[in-house]
Design a protein around this ligand. Structure first.
Ligand SMILES: *[C@@H]1O[C@H](CO)[C@@H](O)[C@H](O)[C@H]1NC(C)=O
Ligand SMILES: *[C@@H]1O[C@H](CO)[C@@H](O)[C@H](O)[C@H]1NC(C)=O
Ligand SMILES: *[C@@H]1O[C@H](CO)[C@@H](O)[C@H](O)[C@H]1NC(C)=O
Ligand SMILES: *[C@@H]1O[C@H](CO)[C@@H](O)[C@H](O)[C@H]1NC(C)=O
Ligand SMILES: *[C@@H]1O[C@H](CO)[C@@H](O)[C@H](O)[C@H]1NC(C)=O
Length: 537
């Protein structure tokens, strides 16, 4: 007993040992950083020594956090909705292409930064490398460079190519792909498009991301680091999804869902905002398209329709937008209150907020669920259509497409969401399941990162599927073997019966045999006899 206690204590001590961790976050996406930053902060609180390469240097960084700032190297990515509105490309292709182009560009820029090059060439030692998983893998060779296991951070549900790298089944029969807007119960046509999209996405990834990323990695790390095989060597992937609000999907044990990890209970409302929300007794509609999509860039005729629908409401509408950038011929209704920046989680959880008009970004969706606020979703790009669909399938939101709306669509959707209590009730139920976890999501993430440290990369988490070839994985070889067995067996039986039957017919010739009642009852035998009879004669 005592020995066991000591062992337990020792393992706790081992866990608490400080590790040297390198974190590389090359893309300039503030919303993703809301998740990554939380993990970085929590790891520093656990006294690990962190070196973080990111666009968002921390204010008042503690001494055990060393930063290589990328701030200013890549302009803020913003999405011009007017441009997107008139784009001819199908959303699925446009979505993936823009993600890959952005990420490969980020890799290229970051790989040329002197401090990054110096780090790669330095004698520094790390026990763990944490990389962002998005549209490019160019920094994966850091794992080999420092002989350290690699953990991936993912701010969405798995991208199609990631499933393959981890050994997660694609299960396209019931798991809609990242860039589709399908639900989990698909029609034949949807399953067909879903499957084709997944295959197409993987091919696109190979040519639009992996090839150019390989060139960047070769330049930075030297030849001999094949990204394709390094990508199959993640020790762990921490994903910002959760089955309660995303899809039910089959995943390997090294894929850990921590959706809701970024929820910031310490967020505070400004005095101005608080008094506005407190005073709005009719209720508040909060409208934001996140940090990357500006509401001002919606085509002005669309925006005019939306404003007209809003002006008929009695609620206060709080909008995150820059009024100065609006087209001059647009009039903002009197009940609209605009701000450049709004603490979203604290706002959504204010009791007067009745509805969240959102683009369906995963972080905002999680905040709405955690506060129990129904949503009107206007998906714009990336996984937003998928998130919008998973919410509307749960009866907590409605979706409108910017391309396909009139004043009437908006009026009808807003009216329905504000008057039908079903949405609120469903959202409160969803809130309960979303928040019910064995451990808070941030602790779950930290636990698993330290687990990988404790077990030296935890190779036992890796799926054996990764050692199989595609025909083996798809059981094509088993199918061929099964068909061969069936064919062989049939052939042998055929030979056997032909032999027996011809013997039989020779022994008791002609109709005596067939007319004999005893045999007639064995109709199968009769059949076979009939089949082989001509041969025998
Ligand atoms: C968005 O794109 C439209 C059309 O391409 C352009 O006229 C407008 O100036 C752009 N807006 C911003 C904020 O970049
Ligand atoms: C990398 O380090 C080696 C020696 O360790 C040095 O010769 C070389 O110049 C360095 N390269 C860069 C780009 O700093
Ligand atoms: C995979 O990762 C482990 C550590 O987790 C490392 O020992 C091994 O060398 C890596 N394999 C490849 C091919 O990089
Ligand atoms: C505002 O003016 C632009 C041209 O400057 C026009 O294309 C647009 O349709 C106008 N919007 C409205 C709501 O009248
Ligand atoms: C477009 O809007 C109409 C009604 O305004 C609706 O019936 C139709 O289903 C919508 N199409 C899509 C693709 O959402």
């Amino acid at each position: 007993m005592q020995v066991r206690l000591w062992v337990a204590l020792f393992s706790v001590l081992a866990a608490a040992q400080a590790a040297r961790i390198l974190v590389v976050l090359p893309t300039n996406t503030r919303s993703h950083y809301a998740m990554y930053g939380k993990l970085v902060e929590a790891l520093t609180k656990k006294r690990h020594h962190l070196t973080v390469i990111s666009h968002f240097p921390m204010k008042n960084a503690p001494p055990n956090l060393e930063e290589i700032s990328l701030a200013g190297t890549i302009p803020d990515i913003t999405n011009n909705l007017t441009k997107q509105h008139y784009s001819w490309k199908p959303d699925i292709v446009r979505n993936l292409e823009s993600i890959m182009t952005e990420c490969v560009h980020a890799c290229d820029v970051v790989s040329k930064i002197p401090a990054v090059k110096a780090l790669v060439n330095s004698t520094a030692a790390f026990d763990l490398v944490i990389v962002e998983i998005f549209g490019s893998e160019c920094f994966l060779p850091l794992g080999q460079r420092f002989q350290a296991p690699v953990v991936g951070l993912l701010s969405s549900v798995p991208l199609p190519w990631l499933n393959e790298q981890l050994g997660n089944p694609d299960a396209t029969a019931y798991v809609p792909a990242y860039m589709t807007g399908f639900g989990q119960h698909m029609t034949l046509w949807e399953r067909f498009s879903n499957t084709l999209s997944v295959i197409g996405a993987k091919i696109l990834y190979k040519y639009k991301s992996q090839l150019p990323s390989q060139a960047i990695a070769d330049r930075l790390f030297g030849l001999g680091n094949k990204l394709e095989s390094l990508a199959q060597n993640y020790s762990l992937v921490i994903s910002n999804s959760h089955f309660s609000i995303n899809e039910v999907r089959p995943v390997v044990p090294g894929f850990i869902e921590v959706g809701g990890l970024h929820l910031d209970e310490t967020q505070k409302l400004s005095r101005e905002l608080k008094s506005l929300l407190d005073a709005s007794h009719e209720g508040v509609i909060y409208w934001s398209f996140g940090s990357m999509s500006r509401i001002e860039t919606i085509p002005s005729e669309k925006l005019a329709q939306i404003f007209e629908a809003i002006s008929e409401l009695s609620q206060t509408v709080l909008v995150k937008m820059d009024r100065k950038r609006l087209a001059a011929n647009l009039t903002v209704p009197d009940n609209v209150y605009t701000m450049d920046w709004i603490p979203q989680y604290a706002t959504l959880c204010h009791p007067n907020v009745k509805l969240f008009v959102s683009h369906g970004g995963l972080l905002g969706t999680q905040e709405a669920v955690a506060c129990g606020v129904p949503m009107l979703t206007v998906p714009l790009y990336a996984d937003q259509a998928l998130n919008a669909r998973s919410m509307s399938d749960r009866g907590v939101s409605r979706t409108v497409l910017l391309r396909n709306t009139s004043k009437l669509t908006w009026r009808e959707a807003l009216h329905d969401l504000l008057t039908n209590m079903k949405y609120k009730e469903n959202m409160l139920k969803l809130r309960e399941v979303f928040l019910d976890r064995p451990m808070p999501p941030l602790e779950t993430g930290i636990y698993w990162i330290e687990y990988v440290l404790r077990h030296k990369g935890a190779p036992h988490l890796k799926s054996p599927a990764l050692d199989l070839t595609l025909p083996q994985y798809l059981l094509l070889d088993v199918a061929v073997l099964s068909i061969a067995i069936v064919v062989m067996t049939t052939y042998i039986l055929h030979i056997l019966f032909r032999y027996l039957c011809t013997r039989c017919i020779k022994w008791c010739p002609n109709e005596n045999l067939l007319s004999e009642k005893r045999i007639r009852n064995f109709s199968v035998f009769l059949c076979l006899l009939w089949r082989y009879k001509p041969k025998a004669q």
